[in-house]
Design a protein around this ligand. Sequence first.
Ligand code: NAD
Length: 479
Amino acid sequence: MEAIKMTNIDNIRAENSPNNQVTNHSLEQVVEIQREYFKTGKTKSYEFRLAQLKKLKQAIVDRTEEFVQALHKDLGRPEFEAYFELTVLYDDVKDAIANLKKWMKPTKVTTGLLAQPGRSRIEHTPLGNVLILVPYNYPVALAFQPLIGAIAAGNTIIIKPSSLTPACSTITSELIKSIFDEHYVNSVEGSTEVTTELLTHKFDHIFFTGSPSVGKIIMAAAAKHLTPVTLELGGKSPTIVNKDCNLEQAVKRILSGKFLNAGQTCIAPDHVYVHQDIKQEFLAKAKEIVLKWYGDDPQESNDCGRIINDRHFERISALIPKDRVVVGGQVNAAQKFIAPTIVQDVTFADDIMQEEIFGPVLPVLDFSDLEDVCQQIEKLPQHPLAMYLFTADKKFEQTLISNVRCGGVNVNNTLLHAVNPHLPFGGVGQSGIGAYHGKCSFELFSHKKSVLKSATWLDIPLRYAPYGNKVSLLKKIIR
Ligand code: NAD
């Protein structure tokens, strides 16, 4: 391969990632090496894919403690929450190992009249060279979950971890470099300039998790090479609480989904609509539970994470309507700490309802008419990534599911639809393009190749000239 000079970007990358082995190569080379390797076909066999998944599973097990500590360093993540992220990931890799053979099996389909005699099947073939771009909020799971799917599907992969989580990014890169050859899977650390440069190169698929605004940049860059993209984005995910629900259970399940990772979860309940008849009871219960879980001085609690950086700390703090705080509201800039906070009497005119909150602040609105709620959610600038309903009423449940466009729904709980590998996970409209997890990940990183094998024992001359009056046969079909 022709030697390629180090560019400015490579120098930036080298400065940002002292542990990055690939600093001897330009980014162009990093991509080219994988392109050539894919062409050797080595990534395609069942045995190869299975062996890589098993290596990855073992490496995750071996480095769990390191990741837990790194998550604490980067995000102040409580130990339980860090283990939760690692457990979801572990579950996913185990599921892929157990099901890979089944997923790879060609699917037989029927053959229509016009193609007879013949047999038809769908083969899942790898896309080729994949780029995975990782956000800061779940820097371990959101690097490795798509990686599992891309490996299962037989691709080569470059991961670009988030520069906002240096501790997790370092371990991610170390893990990858310790078990994979750079020709096959590589990790490239660095700032936005590195991503920008990576995006100038041609990939066969780009998998991006992050904000809708950066998603547009990724899609525009991918369009230059006609590269297909998966965009796992965000949005304002609503929760609707009906008066017939189990109130205490609903409050606990909403608050645990909201305050996990200090609210920095793409599918966190963004805001809550509570039926007006139970609003006061809901607020009183929520206050009681927040105080019970995090104490009078939540900053002293071991169970509250921290906001990723000063910019997000300032942004979220400014969204809190100080005169309407029910509980919480304490902030500490030096610690990047925002207490689990509930605010009331919020309307769509408030700043907090203009954007995805992505922090530990829960606005509570009320409703009396379910139709109004459906319409308000449909009016949001983007369809939500998730929706949560708390009710015992099947009609109420189905009205929301049928009439609100959103990525996924969890009835009577929060977040859990995202940890079931048998459910596709993704947004709709501006909350995302494409879905993954479990078998869906395998399918997402595979091309569905149609194969029709025509029989040779019979050669019906219908399509051959001279056509004569063969058209009369077709006319009999269109009636
Ligand atoms: P982000 O969009 O700022 O960054 C995501 C990735 O893009 C990072 O690797 C970052 O380095 C890179 N990036 C940032 N700016 C860029 C630019 N100008 N050009 C090229 N690359 C750039 O997102 P974030 O702040 O890390 O994460 C929070 C967002 O991600 C929220 O909106 C959240 O809802 C969303 N999210 C979605 C999911 C999901 O599964 N749908 C999961 C987690 C987070």
